[in-house]
Ligand binder design. Structure first.
Ligand SMILES: Cc1ncc(C[n+]2csc(CCOP(=O)(O)OP(=O)(O)O)c2C)c(N)n1
Ligand SMILES: [Mg+2]
Length: 332
């Protein structure tokens, strides 16, 4: 089922606050990620990172519909999910730079950030791996009667992983409060998803009795609107659902993937950046609706940029873990 948002109603005060908050959260992710790219190009960050730029409306629209204690599980492209669920930018930067102050004491890096305080059960470098964790979290919430729901973020590449279908089967049978959110950015690394994904993906959920929806993943209000409904039904005990968000990553698969023309054209990228940028689309909405003029938008941008600058400085200045702690907190 495809879904759109009703734009005919005049926004009330609560709507305006929500839209401004969602805009700021998307911008926070965007500016955080731009800084991550700079840290990489300046050789200040060990390893790689998978940037979320272009997909911000998915994480924000989804997480705004959740309670703080609701669970999420994330992916290798996970920074946006962390920020949208309420993580601190300084502790995220510290983790990326391998510093002791980081979320995993600097020993996890980009693909292992977890933040139990905000219900974030963690990123996962195994494609599709977090589907089991999210479903288990939903099972525990149901058994304990906490009223929490769990959201499993995953990419279109994970549609080829068997675990997803095992857990959808059990989640449907046991009516677990879990929502599977597919970020369909059309690429699995360097391969177009049409080469890896057969049939109509919207039919996969219903085959297990799992309600299935599709939404424009560049429209934060549309993502939020459908998520509110799916969260509500999950909390009421009506069971799992799957949401497909059409989106696009503006950068490469990871920060080092800069020559991309062999698998997608510059023209395709340009169309998405020019016409389908979720941050620009929302800023246009805010000004068209008279909620924020260009001066107000510039002020927001400056405030968030200052927040990001302070956070990255904290991380650059922070100490590394002591050498004698190298074998602590590491499970393998
Ligand atoms: C089980 C497994 N197989 C392969 C990989 C290598 N790998 C890392 S990311 C990726 C593509 C993921 O694509 P998608 O799920 O669409 O996420 P996106 O990168 O587009 O956000 C692959 C194949 C992996 N990490 N885990
Ligand atoms: Mg993908």
């Amino acid at each position: 089922m495809s879904t759109t948002v009703d734009r005919t109603q005049t926004p009330g005060k609560a709507d305006i606050e929500l839209w401004l908050r969602m805009y700021k959260q998307m911008l926070r992710i965007r500016l955080f990620e731009e800084q991550v790219n700079q840290l990489y190009t300046r050789a200040l960050m060990p390893g790689l990172a998978h940037l979320y730029i272009g997909e911000e409306a998915v994480a924000v629209g989804v997480c705004e519909a959740l309670r703080r204690d609701d669970y999420i599980t994330s992916t290798h492209r996970g920074h946006g999910h962390c920020v949208a669920k309420g993580a601190s930018l300084d502790l995220m930067f510290a983790e990326l730079l391998g510093k002791e102050a980081g979320y995993c004491k600097g020993k996890g890096g980009s693909m292992h950030i977890a933040d139990p305080a905000t219900g974030n059960l963690g990123a996962n470098a195994i494609v599709g791996g977090s589907a089991g964790i999210a479903t288990g979290a939903a099972f525990s919430a149901k058994r304990l009667g906490t009223g929490q729901v769990a959201v499993c973020f995953f990419g279109d590449g994970a549609l080829g992983q068997g675990l997803l279908y095992e857990v959808m089967n059990i989640a449907s049978l046991w009516k677990l409060p879990v929502i599977y959110v597919c970020e369909n950015n059309m690429y699995n690394e360097y391969t177009h998803y049409s080469e890896t994904t057969a049939g109509d993906i919207l039919q996969r959920g219903p085959a297990f009795g799992v309600e299935s929806h599709k939404v424009d993943g560049q429209d934060v209000r549309a993502v939020y609107a459908i998520m509110q409904k799916l969260v509500e039904r999950a909390r009421k005990g009506e069971g799992p659902s799957i949401l497909f968000c059409d989106t696009y990553r503006f950068h490469g698969h990871h920060v080092g993937d800069i020559a991309r023309e062999y698998y997608r054209s510059k023209q395709e990228e340009q169309v998405w950046k020019t016409d389908r940028d979720p941050v620009t689309l929302m800023s246009k909405n805010l000004s068209t609706l008279g909620i924020a003029d260009s001066a107000a938008l510039e002020k927001i941008q400056a405030e968030i940029q200052a927040e990001v600058d302070t956070a990255v400085k904290f991380a650059i200045d922070a100490p590394y873990p002591a050498p004698d702690k190298v074998d602590q907190d590491v499970y393998a």
